[in-house]
Ligand binder design. Structure first.
Ligand SMILES: Nc1ncnc2c1ncn2[C@@H]1O[C@H](COP(=O)(O)OP(=O)(O)OP(=O)(O)O)[C@@H](O)[C@H]1O
Ligand SMILES: [Mg+2]
Length: 1005
């Protein structure tokens, strides 16, 4: 049948309009996106629309335009059913085209010769030799790396092409995308900031996205990126439909016919084209239309089309011949009318249905029995063809045998297809093949012979793969199923490792610890030292999250000892990491011992070739440094780790986790803009939910301090939603609570702030985590102090009354809380100062005297100065100045403090603090603290000073109270008050307050 395609190719394609109709706005949008990427900015378009509405045509027309502009267009399509497609089908298509056009050597050069992983998709790119690390670490150990490198290579490839000139990457029919394709596309789009010059366009059928369609979350995820545009392609208008018909027929259409076609097709171009050929019969659905057209073909052609429909989107002539049993001539004469009628397209490498809908209609037209038989014939023909790559064939065979209901063959081929999926890093597909094997097992008597394994091994493998995919629930289910089948006495080692796996992933820490302890009891003898070490290391890691710290330490020490003896570097690394984190550094003291331990953990991880563990050391090291107040070093380690994670293809997972550890020190150092940038970048990468939550909380803290309460509250709510259902951990929960309290305080909703603090004390063991407890304790004390200090009109009822009791509970808790290390100490001093501030003015005591308050704040300020945290420093300076001024002492110190605080607040963009500083400075008549604060005009004729007084009048204060608030004599206060009343033309304080509100005088800066 060789050469047949060539002859058929020349036939004209009737039934399609050569002229491209309408779509001006869509083309303009795409052209604008193209201009954006040419300008070095990222852009992607997700183009949805119903079947046949013209997405592919639009993409093709735009591609032609882009080529004319000097752009390079790469196109790949997702395949329905996966029959002919390996995982990553569209990307394989793109690479294949590239290799065909530029040659393998050029493509390999673009990749700097690093083609090992990508070559698994397309062997033409070079021999895909096995990976040394993979062989050593056990086949399933850390497959994320190979997959990560594949992703990075794809990114590099597109990036390199983009550097040579603008590129348009078109991925078609995303609604059929396999999980691997979805993930790779998400990866590329998320990383588009490093892909200048590359426009990504993806199409999908929006009418096929049912509620649980897996494309939905991807679209939502990508939609959050600023440079991603979603567009929905509408149907054609009546006029456009008429133009289309004219285009197809090559002559004007009768208005009556145009109307009838438009009414029936409702402007869907594919529907309109089909109607045009059958307008006399007028069937109701597109499917019937398509079938009507096919029914006019000779019987042999119809039969062949039905067969071809089972092959998937595209089928080669040889295979079609083998399955149909037709000789070359017969085959060609059956194909010719189908091509002539424009049902099939003749392509260089085979035949494709002109439109997927036609293939679908044909396939549906097969009777069930016929369908099974055709699939079986395809399977046999593929098996018989020795020229095929075995791996690729395995995936096709799995599809055909399953559809043929040949259970034995289906099981065997699924087993092989799983291995092939794994080879190309398509773990989701591997898992679904393993699940199928397990499902078919009981119905296939010789399953064990066919696969050379046992059912429990299949389950075990599935549990492992699910774990690596992060599908913890499925992994637990597979582990449990496997555990039920394995005889613990005969094989304690395996049972223990399965328990270890399940124990590592349990949502409930307690259940996990129970599994791990059970695993330990099975591993008594000497022959299981290696497994014992692994289980102990995991147990230590889990216990570390509980109050049972001593047990955690002892488990980690035992694990380390055993692992050193057996030479298991990975377990050594894990145990060392846990030990380091359990060290005295937990309390915030900086000690070299822990860092040395982490360095050892890191080199052990490198020996084991385990990048995950290597990055875990970076995570832990930056964490310890930050906790010890070594912000600069913490930031440095985290930044290096992020770069490393990207190298291993782990930018999205561990890389974004490290972004938390970078944003934290940047926040501490007052480099808030940088912190926000790091956070946004990590969010762009679609980090895992728990990571996103932590990042959002940090962003929320910055937003509150900058007076952006709405943004902060949104961040806080989203974070809470993202974390719903995950298990409790202080490092998540305490910062979340801190943000909530800060937010309520900023909004003067003190009662809620205090309730949140009470709830915190009731529900959480603060002693277990001083590092996260101190900041939230300070936030709570601050809320209480504000509630007491705020003028009655500006606080919610009751908050001041209930604050003292809460404060004493907090103080009792604080007295027990570890405060080692400079950072914890600074928090502790701030806490103490806030408690003093909260003491009620009407109950003066020596302890709470302004002298003591000033001293307390000054001490706190010095501590913050030492650890280099400007924001809490500015707060402490402000409070110190306030206390100084209350003392009526010479103003030099207070003035200096306010100057400094104002400067820091301005640098940080901490508006609320800046305003408080400015107000205090005005009240105290210290000019410099007022950074461009008040303008005296347009204020109802009131001077800034009078406005200050007016605020206090509105808050219900007496002259005496106003005097003490503004550091003036009661007499001066009363003069101000009467001036104000005359300027506002009112006769009472109440009227003055009302007028102030009415004229919005209190809103003035
Ligand atoms: N603007 C247009 N001008 C001329 N012909 C068009 C236009 N839009 C679509 N068509 C024709 O309509 C038919 C269906 O369009 P197309 O294949 O692009 O639809 P689709 O949206 O990609 O459908 P599917 O979801 O099935 O992939 C094609 O024959 C195409 O050439
Ligand atoms: Mg299409």
């Amino acid at each position: 049948m060789s050469g047949g395609g060539g002859i058929l190719e020349d036939m004209s394609s009737r039934l399609t309009s050569p002229a491209f109709i309408g779509r001006k706005a869509e083309i303009a949008d795409l052209a604008a996106a193209f201009a954006t990427v040419r300008g070095g900015e990222p852009a992607a378009v997700l183009l949805g629309g119903e079947a046949g509405v013209g997405k592919s045509r639009l993409a093709a027309e735009f591609a032609g335009w882009a080529r004319a502009q000097g752009g390079r267009v790469l196109t790949g399509g997702c395949l329905e059913l996966g029959a002919t497609g390996l995982p990553f089908a569209p990307f394989t298509g793109v690479i294949r085209d590239l290799v065909r056009e530029d040659g393998a050597a050029a493509v390999s050069l673009l990749l700097g010769g690093r083609t090992r992983e990508i070559a698994r998709l397309l062997p033409d790119l070079g021999a895909a030799e096995p990976e040394p690390a993979e062989a050593a670490a056990g086949a399933d150990a850390y497959p994320g790396e190979g997959r990560g490198r594949l992703f990075e290579q794809m990114l590099t490839l597109v990036e390199q092409l983009g550097e040579r000139g603008p590129v348009v990457l078109v991925i078609e029919d995303l609604h059929w995308a396999d999980p691997s394709t979805r993930e790779l596309l998400a990866f590329l789009v998320s990383n588009q900031r490093v892909l200048p010059g590359v426009l990504i366009v993806a199409t999908f059928r929006s009418d096929e996205l049912h509620r649980t369609h897996p494309l939905r979350p991807l679209l939502a995820e990508l939609g959050r990126l600023a440079w991603v545009r979603r567009a929905e392609l509408p149907r054609l208008t009546r006029r456009e439909t008429a133009e289309l018909l004219t285009g197809v027929l090559g002559r004007e259409v009768e208005p009556k016919q145009a109307d009838s076609v438009f009414t029936r097709s409702e402007g869907n171009p594919l529907f309109a084209e089909e109607l045009l050929c059958c307008d006399d019969e007028l069937p109701d659905s597109l499917r019937d239309l398509v079938l009507a057209r096919v029914q006019r073909l000779p019987a042999a052609s119809q039969e062949l089309l039905r067969i071809a429909s089972a092959a998937g989107e595209r089928v080669g002539p040889a295979l079609l011949g083998a399955v149909s049993g037709l000789g070359d001539d017969e085959l060609e004469s059956a194909l010719r009318p189908a091509v002539a009628e424009n049902v099939l397209l003749a392509l260089p490498d085979g035949y494709a249905f002109r439109h997927a809908l036609i293939r679908e209609a044909m396939y549906e037209d097969l009777l069930p029995g016929e369908r099974s038989r055709v699939h079986a014939r395809f399977a046999k023909a593929i098996s018989a063809d020795t020229s095929r790559a075995v791996g690729r064939a395995a995936i096709q065979l799995a599809y055909h045998w399953y559809a043929a209901h040949e259970l034995g063959q289906a099981l065997e081929s699924a087993w092989q297809a799983g291995a092939e999926a794994k080879r190309v890093f398509a773990y989701a597909e591997q898992l679904s093949m393993l699940a199928r094997v397990s499902e078919l097992w009981d119905n296939v008597p010789d399953a064990a012979q066919r696969t050379g394994t046992s059912h429990d091994r299949v389950l075990e493998k599935a549990a492992l793969v699910a774990h690596l995919l992060g599908e913890e629930e499925r992994s637990r289910a597979f582990s449990s199923a496997a555990l039920a089948e394995i005889d613990a006495e005969a094989d304690p080692g395996r049972v223990a490792l399965l328990l270890e796996l399940r124990g590592r992933m349990c949502v409930e820490l307690e259940a996990g610890v129970t599994d791990l302890r059970a695993a330990l009891t099975m591993l008594g003898g000497d022959e299981h030292e290696r497994e014992r070490a692994m289980v102990l290391a995991t147990l230590a890691m889990q216990l570390k999250k509980t109050p049972a710290i001593a047990q955690a330490r002892s488990a980690a020490e035992q694990a380390l000892q055993l692992a050193e003896r057996t030479g298991d570097a990975a377990t050594q690394s894990s145990a060392l990491s846990t030990l380091a984190m359990l060290g005295p550094g937990r309390s915030g003291v900086f000690r070299d011992a822990e860092l040395q331990m982490l360095a050892k953990a890191r080199s052990a991880a490198a020996r084991a070739g385990d990048y995950h563990l290597m990055l875990r050391s970076a995570i832990n090291e930056s964490h310890i440094l930050e906790g010890a107040g070594q912000h600069e070093r913490a930031a440095e380690v985290a930044r290096d780790g992020i770069a490393e994670a990207a190298q291993y293809g782990l930018a999205r997972t561990q890389g974004t986790f490290l972004a938390i550890n970078l944003a934290e020190p940047l926040y501490s150092l007052g480099r808030w803009n940088e912190a926000v940038e790091v956070i946004e970048r990590a969010l762009d990468l679609s980090a895992p939910a728990a990571t996103r939550a932590s990042l959002l909380q940090l962003a929320g803290l910055i937003a509150v301090a900058r007076g952006e309460a709405d943004a902060a509250s949104q961040a806080s709510e989203t974070a809470a939603r993202l974390r719903a259902g995950s298990s409790y951990q202080p490092q998540h929960q305490l910062p979340a609570t801190r943000l909530q309290i800060d937010l309520f305080t900023a909004r003067h909703r003190y009662q809620e702030a205090l309730d949140t603090a009470r709830d915190l004390l009731r529900r959480h063991d603060l002693q277990a985590s001083p590092r996260y407890a101190w900041p939230v304790m300070v936030a709570a004390a601050r809320a209480a102090a504000e509630a007491v200090a705020a003028p009655a009109a500006a606080r919610d009822a009751g908050s001041a009354e209930t604050a003292p009791e809460l404060l004493s509970t907090l103080a009792a808790e604080a007295a027990k809380l570890e405060a080692e290390g400079p950072l914890h100490r600074a928090h502790q001093l701030t806490f103490t100062a806030e408690v003093l501030r909260a003491a009620r003015p009407e109950e003066p005591q020596a302890r709470t005297s302004p002298e003591n308050q000033a001293a307390a704040w000054e001490e706190a300020a010095a501590a913050w100065e030492a650890v280099g945290e400007p924001y809490p420093l500015a707060v402490a300076l402000f409070r110190a100045a306030e206390a100084q001024l209350a003392l009526g002492r010479p103003r030099d110190t207070a003035s200096r403090q306010l100057h400094r605080a104002a400067e820091i607040a301005a640098d940080l963009g901490a508006r609320p603090l800046g305003e408080m500083v400015a107000q205090l400075a005005r009240r105290a008549r210290i000019p410099a603290g007022d950074k461009g604060g008040a303008a005296a005009t347009a204020t109802g004729g009131l001077t800034p000073r009078e406005l200050d007084v007016l605020r206090l009048i509105a808050a219900g204060m007496s002259n005496a109270r106003i005097a003490s608030e503004l550091f003036i004599s009661p007499k001066t206060a009363s003069v101000h008050v009467s001036n104000i009343m005359s300027k506002l033309g009112v006769t009472s304080r109440g009227q003055a307050a009302a007028t102030a509100h009415e004229l919005r005088l209190l809103d003035l800066p």
